[in-house]
Design a protein around this ligand. Structure first.
Ligand code: SF4
Length: 313
């Protein structure tokens, strides 16, 4: 997978966000060079399909660049899947129509639940209502061919987890990804709420088979970050996106593999994923590390139970 860090900037300042935001954007030159070197790599190695992820910050701040990359790759004989994770603030009729016409791109919208839970953590100095725009377009959005709601569950609203899940369901969305907030402290009682919420959701899904859970399809070797060919705004090449996090930014120099503008090829050394996990463990407050692992293992347990449920039917 190629991950393009389209921008380091964002129009929100979510309380649990780990991204170290900067007013830096990816240039057209970097984006195109990375994309076409990656496509050549896929073709030369006779691989069946390519996957490109638009990531940030908030990628929709660079909408013209995203459209350009997609349009320029349209004529490729290769099958290319894309995804884009957004907070939804900049979605409008034109963009929604574009996503409707391009099912090859998965639109992933971060929505944590009802208006109070969403705005509790996903805001900008408590001034922006990040729920409003998604709610305004809920009908058109829910009808898109390839849309997923990324539901972040934070310790301060986990007691409403099931209620928030039901709210998203009632808005019309049927594909969800669950993401317990990482690298924040999870007290024991909140972990118990997380477990309870997943158990209620499991029962709901057993009775409502029209829901799909993206976590079932994604098996990440390092659960907290993307692995792949990651290109930062300035063209720097990495094998993981952990350098985006304020917790791990100090590791950037050691993790950098070069710069795409000096490269003729995109081939990364096959770094071991447990190497990345070790880096994470050694560079963060152990309280946050183990707290995150506990929350993540509750999620994994839910996914396992869900898989068993489907296997039985
Ligand atoms: S929208 Fe995403 S990148 Fe922006 S502040 Fe929130 S979590 Fe961070």
């Amino acid at each position: 997978m190629l991950v393009l860090i389209i921008t380091r900037d964002c129009n929100l300042r979510c309380d649990y966000c780990g991204v170290n935001k900067k007013k830096i954007q990816m240039t057209k030159r970097v984006a195109e060079k990375a994309t076409f070197l990656y496509i050549d790599y896929i073709k030369n190695n006779i691989l069946n399909e390519a996957k490109i992820r638009f990531f940030g910050g908030e990628p929709l701040l660079q909408w013209d660049l995203i459209k350009r990359i997609m349009e320029r790759t349209e004529k490729e004989s290769l099958k290319i899947n894309f995804d884009l994770t957004t907070n939804g603030l900049l979605l409008d009729a034109e963009k929604i129509e574009f996503f409707g016409k391009h099912p090859e791109i998965e639109l992933i919208i971060s929505l944590d639940g009802g208006v109070s839970s969403q705005n509790l953590n996903r805001n900008f100095n408590r001034k922006i209502n990040s729920f409003e725009n998604i709610h305004r377009h809920k009908k058109e959005l829910s009808m898109l061919p390839n849309i997923t709601i990324n539901m972040v569950i934070a310790p301060n609203q986990v007691h409403k987890f099931y209620q928030n899940f039901k709210h998203i369901y009632e808005l019309g969305f049927r594909r969800l990804n669950f993401l317990p907030a990482y690298f924040v402290f999870w007290p024991k009682k909140n972990l118990a709420f997380l477990k309870k919420g997943f158990s209620e959701i499991l029962s709901f899904i057993k009775n409502n088979k029209n829901i799909s859970v993206k976590n079932m399809d994604v098996l990440s070797e390092t659960p907290f970050f993307n692995q792949g060919i990651v290109i930062d705004c300035n063209g720097d090449i990495y094998h993981t996106n952990i350098f985006l996090s304020r917790h791990f930014e100090k590791l950037s120099d050691g993790l950098r593999e070069g710069n795409i503008l000096d490269s003729k090829l995109v081939v990364l050394p096959n770094r071991e994923s447990n190497g990345t996990m070790k880096l994470i463990k050694n560079n963060i407050d152990p309280k946050l590390y183990y707290s995150t692992l506990r929350a993540d293992s509750i999620l994994s347990n839910f996914v396992l139970k869900l898989k068993n449920t489907y296997a039985k039917n």
